[in-house]
Structures are given as structure tokens and as C-alpha cells.
Design a protein around this ligand. Structure first.
Ligand code: IMP
Ligand code: MG
Length: 173
């Protein structure tokens, strides 16, 4: 595999994250728990919550981990919850943060899970969306960038656990 090529550089990402936080703050006010889907969200979420602070929101932060991908590029098709220490969220507003909506299964599964636990509102935010790959009807409420069907890495996103450290969003062949 050749080195990842730049799709969005650090400056483009930073600008979009600030604008995205503004969009979120226009639609959500008051109590909020941001719940990140590990591991892919970790860089994006760190930037997003600081931008949310600038936009006037004071969210609590938690993480869960779900797995659908194996070690490679193809989804296994079913979603498993493998880490979850979120407490009682009944009556709370939740913003789920993921790196990519691809088939839509992860976001759809996770949204339904928190709705069934009695959240007052479950909002969803993704850094990237690949609508051409959708298999489950599930868009995010807030989307950073809509992209074509390319395999992306960097800014927290991996290919077989590599490239998460890259400061830009790149794509690999
Ligand atoms: P979905 O359940 O098919 O929507 O898959 C969502 C998850 O698949 C994301 O959270 C990513 O972890 C992973 N994924 C989808 N596309 C890519 C990609 O291009 N690069 C790396 N991971 C991806
Ligand atoms: Mg992932």
C-alpha cells in the first residue's frame, strides 16, 4: 500500500470543526452528554468538545466501543458493544460522535440502543459520511464532510490500527 494521500488537511479540518460546533450549538442547548465511539472518534472528539466550549456548550463526555469491522477494510455486518461504562442516561440529551458513517449500521444500532435506554434525545454527529455506501437508512444529524467511496485514514481513523496518528484525513488505495 502506498502512503496515504491528503484529502483534508489540518487547516480544513480545524475550520470545519469550528463551524460544526456552531451548527450543533444552534440546535442543542442545556444538558448534554457527548458519547464518543472508540477508537476512531478520539482525535475528532477532542477537537469538537473544545469547539463546543467556544460555542457555549458545557457537555459531559463519555465513551463506548462498538466493533463491526474486523482487522481489514470490510465490515463484518453485525455490530457488537464491547465497552460501555456510561451510567444512567434516562432523560438526558446525548450526542453520539463517530468517525465515519459507512453502511450506517453502527450509528443506527447505537442510536437505537440509547433511545431504548430512555434518553430524552439522541443526536448523532459524524466527521465523515459516505452516503454511497449506505445499507441502513441512517444519516447523522451533524456531518463534517461528505466524501466519496474511498478508504480514509488519519485524524484518529485507522487501517488495521495504522495511521490514527496522522494530523490530516488521508485516503489509501
Ligand atoms: P458502518 O457501521 O458500516 O457505518 O461503519 C462505520 C465504521 O466503519 C466507522 O466507525 C469506521 O470505524 C469504519 N469505517 C468505515 N469506512 C472506513 C474507512 O474508510 N476507513 C476506516 N474505517 C472505516
Ligand atoms: Mg472504527
Amino acid at each position: 500500500m502506498t502512503a496515504p494521500k491528503v484529502m483534508f488537511d489540518e487547516k480544513q479540518i480545524a475550520q470545519r470543526v469550528v463551524n460544526l460546533a456552531g451548527e450543533i450549538a444552534q440546535r442543542i442547548s442545556g444538558d448534554l452528554i457527548v458519547i464518543g465511539l472508540l477508537k476512531g472518534c478520539f482525535v475528532f472528539l477532542a477537537d469538537l468538545v473544545r469547539a463546543l466550549d467556544q460555542a457555549g456548550l458545557s457537555p459531559q463526555i463519555d465513551f463506548i466501543r462498538v466493533s463491526s469491522y474486523g482487522s481489514g477494510k470490510e465490515s463484518s455486518g453485525n455490530v457488537n458493544l464491547t465497552f460501555d461504562e456510561t451510567g444512567d442516561i434516562s432523560g438526558r440529551q446525548i450526542l453520539l460522535v463517530d468517525d465515519i458513517v459507512d453502511s450506517g449500521r453502527t450509528m443506527s444500532f447505537t442510536r437505537q440502543m440509547f433511545e431504548s435506554r430512555g434518553a430524552a434525545n439522541v443526536w448523532t454527529c459524524t466527521l465523515l459520511d459516505k452516503p454511497s455506501r449506505r445499507e441502513v437508512d441512517c444519516g447523522a444529524d451533524f456531518t463534517g464532510f461528505i466524501i466519496e467511496d474511498l478508504f480514509v485514514v488519519g485524524y484518529g481513523i485507522d487501517y488495521a490500527e495504522k495511521y490514527r496518528h496522522l494530523p490530516f484525513i488521508g485516503y489509501v488505495d
